[in-house]
Ligand binder design. Sequence first.
Ligand SMILES: CC(C)(COP(=O)(O)OP(=O)(O)OC[C@H]1O[C@@H](n2cnc3c(N)ncnc32)[C@H](O)[C@@H]1OP(=O)(O)O)[C@@H](O)C(=O)NCCC(=O)NCCS
Length: 429
Amino acid sequence: MSIKIVPIDKTNIQEWRTSVRRVFGDIPSESDVKRLVNDRLMIPYEDWSKGSEKVDHNRLIGAYDEETKSIVGTGGADKFDITVPGGNSLSMAGIAYMGTAPTHKRKGIFRLMMNNLHSQAKDRGDSLAGLWASQSLLYSRFGYGLATLREDWMINAKSTQLNKSSDSKIKIRFVNKKLALKEIPEIYNSVWKKQNGFTDRSQGYWDYLLYENDNTIYNKSGMSGLFFVISYVDNKPTGYVFYNINKESGIAHEDDKGELIIQELVAQDSDSNIALWNFIFGIELVEKIIINRRGSSDPLYFLLENPRMLSRNIIDGLWVRIINPIKMLESRSYNSTGKLILEIKGQNQDDIEGIYSLETDGVNSEVKKVKSKPDISMRPSDMSSCFFGGITPYELYKSNNIRCSDSKKLELFSNMFSVFQTPWCNTDF
Ligand SMILES: CC(C)(COP(=O)(O)OP(=O)(O)OC[C@H]1O[C@@H](n2cnc3c(N)ncnc32)[C@H](O)[C@@H]1OP(=O)(O)O)[C@@H](O)C(=O)NCCC(=O)NCCS
């Protein structure tokens, strides 16, 4: 078997996408593929020919089997910026589309593609790589650490309400798709730079995310089309929610067990958040509200009259891998001043392995590679986990992943890395 990595362009994108979707049990149409290229990747499909300078061909890759002359593995890196504690942002390779054909499993093809995507991220100057995993056991071998938790919620809407009423200056309105596609990205853009763990989203990303056709909007079973709702103060948009209704459950009769699925709810401030939730709880004949990918410090629990009616299922969210440790550690703010000597070692990340001194006044930090004796030793994935502040050094110490012989140093590490705002990432790619 001879496998080589090939770039993807107009000549092989259909085969590549078919290969990506096959491992997830789906068959893409030609128009789905064009939409992916035009919207999500923001490459005009017609321009996407071999050698076109308009296109960064490396970002999508295929593993090509020279014997069968076919693509048997797929991968790619979307372009994202992610907000870090303190409000700076870092460039992140958004690893996605990973799959190996079941005919070619466990021959190292996935590892070959991951190595390729990591080295191109380094060449491009990205600071980190991030991904959402189909299986949580797959990625720590490549140095990925769990950076944010994902909470999937189910709310028994008939047994609770909000314990706060809405501010009368906030107006809630349904909007059409055209206005939604203008105002929702504007609201999101004003929030993502203030939320630790949020990523940017291109207009193409929004077009792709909110795409609907007649089959999805007007279908008579399954899920309804999307309803778009925006909160306004003095006619300025301040928050949004978009949701579907499960048509099987129905919300037409008081015996129906109506199910409302919120795809996303984001607000610029607490009052708008409360007003949007009051709006949702006010929709009649709904028994169950479902919302996924919430952050772990979301205030809703404290806004419910009967908080136990909110069931929370917590799983892994964004996984992060260090590409440039110095840039990463210098970019975030810290909760206290201090100096630590940190050793990063293992997981085949020879390029970043070493001992680093981190000295900070809380806002400005200097990170240098040194030869001193480390205060604390850890794997790259442990540093990735601690970086956004969602996972504590103590948890990793108690699981024997972080090694430290002086408890005062561990306390300092915990103090410095603890965050005012728990990380939340709701962009699942
Ligand atoms: C997961 C998947 C990409 C692995 O592809 P692959 O080419 O068989 O993987 P490789 O042979 O390169 O294996 C690389 C490493 O991962 C390990 N690995 C791969 N799949 C694994 C699995 N399902 N469970 C545990 N370990 C796994 C291998 O043992 C190997 O470990 P090692 O190098 O440390 O010894 C492939 O099985 C697949 O496409 N699965 C369905 C889609 C999917 O889940 N994609 C990931 C999206 S986030």
